[in-house]
Design a protein. Sequence first.
Length: 260
Amino acid sequence: MTNVEQALSVDRNLQVPVTQRMTDVGSRFVPTAQSLPHHLLFEARAGAASTGGDAGFTLIELMVVLLILAILLAIAIPTFLGVTKSANDRASQSNLNTALLNAKARYQTSGQTYGSLATAGSNAAALVPILSSAEGALSFTTTNSTAQSVISVSASTDGSGIVLAAYSKSGNCFYVVDNGQAISTTNTATTFTPYGTGTATHAASTNAATAGALYLPTTAGTSYAETKGDTTLADCSASAPVMGSATGVTYQVSTSGFPS
């Protein structure tokens, strides 16, 4: 027995007049919503929805959706990576500024000197525990920086200048050089420290022409430098800064802030 026949059978039992149970549609009569019991009405509606609605997405529709997602990813991923690199660089720069602030406080309280020991290495070694005590969130070392929170420290022989370096996760190394006065230095192929006895090669340069040892500015005041694209951790050293030989590595110096 069909649903309609069941409805008519039920209606006969309920003695509902045919005119109230049927509606004229074209040339045939169909039962009205009022004449059908609830479970039969639900089945009738479900059947109509299943036969009249879409069975699913077509292949073209799916391909269009995938194409849109691919376009959005192509735009979002480079943007995300660029923002991440910039954030890593800013973290390294911020840590260097914090370390420099503490180092300058030491410079003032020590009679305007970064150290009074005999050699530059000893000055830097003496500064490491002092700076570590002043800023516990950072680590200080006389060797190379291995992370943005690890600050490499070097100081001039006479104690009038200091170099701080920090490595960024993005593959860049940042330097801060603070000289209380101009420092006379000489740097040779075997003397990589930024404070020797003579003139620094890159004191007034914005770009290093070739890979090799970097001789940071020795003029009075604060200078900022960056080696970009050098992923060799050993190169990011305040006492022996190096510009790597990998393709695309650059070196820049600025007196107004970190190079962009």
